[in-house]
Design a protein around this ligand. Structure first.
Ligand code: PEP
Length: 245
């Protein structure tokens, strides 16, 4: 069973060098909370400065390309973000999947590339509203995870984040019952694909996590952490979430 909770911020396209003091405050909080793993996926422009500023948190990238190098204008590879100071990367975020028509195969390729270059991975899955309303959420998310999961994955480097698309940035988080039901499906899927190693994969919930709902979400069965967008942008909102873990 995963022992330590993992609280991760995703800054998306927010923050420049002037935001480093926020990272410093998060780092100080992480140092005082040694039983919790804390990460922040910063914009790529901040990875090196973040890595130089912070030493108690894991600094991450928000996305990578599956190839190591090549004619891919505007993209960054696993060895590039690793070289810049990243310890992990998010892959398969719904904003990337939708914006770039990313397939599950491509997301799996990104996770495998990260693994090859010594990066940990947060692999995101999640359904759109119409799929949930049609009663298909569990089947769709299960298939998404089966298709994206690298064959040799284990909890030493892989976490899976369940992020229902209708809950991201909307202020409407999933209910505790819905999270528990989906995370049971994710756990089963990890076990079926990876054997006992599937028990060690940390399962994070993401989607409108706030200081007000974090404690309940983090106490849900099979929730080993949270992936936090908007509320990770200020110390006032992110530090209480770390404290709840
Ligand atoms: C996210 O995009 O990973 C996310 C969970 O965003 P928010 O917390 O703002 O809903």
């Amino acid at each position: 069973k995963p022992a330590r909770k993992f609280v991760v911020g995703n800054w998306k396209m927010h923050g420049n060098l002037a935001a480093l003091p926020v990272l410093g405050a998060i780092d100080a909080a992480a140092r005082e909370t040694p039983a919790v793993d804390v990460g922040v996926a910063v914009p790529a422009t901040l990875i090196t400065a973040a890595w130089q500023t912070a030493n108690a948190i894991h600094v991450g990238a928000q996305d990578i390309h599956p190839a190591d190098k090549g004619a891919h204008t505007g993209c960054l590879s696993a060895p590039m973000v690793k070289d810049a100071g990243a310890a992990f990367t998010i892959v398969g975020h719904s904003e990337c999947r939708a914006g770039r028509q990313e397939s599950d195969d491509e997301v799996r390729g990104k996770a495998e590339a990260a693994r090859r270059h010594g990066l940990s991975v947060i692999l995101c899955v999640g359904e759109p509203l119409e799929v949930r309303e049609a009663g298909q959420a569990e089947a769709v998310v299960r298939a998404q995870l089966e298709n994206c999961l690298p064959a040799d994955a284990d909890g030493a480097w892989l976490s899976v984040a369940y992020e229902p698309i209708w809950a991201i940035g909307t202020g409407r988080s999933a209910t505790q019952d819905d999270i528990a039901a989906m995370h049971a499906v994710l756990r089963e899927t990890c076990r079926a694909a990876l054997g006992p190693a599937g028990d060690g994969v940390r399962l994070l919930y993401g989607g409108s996590v706030t200081p007000a709902n974090a404690a309940e979400i983090l106490a849900t069965p099979n929730v080993d952490g949270v992936l936090v967008g908007g509320a990770s942008l200020t110390a006032e909102t992110f530090l209480p979430i770390i404290a709840h873990a």
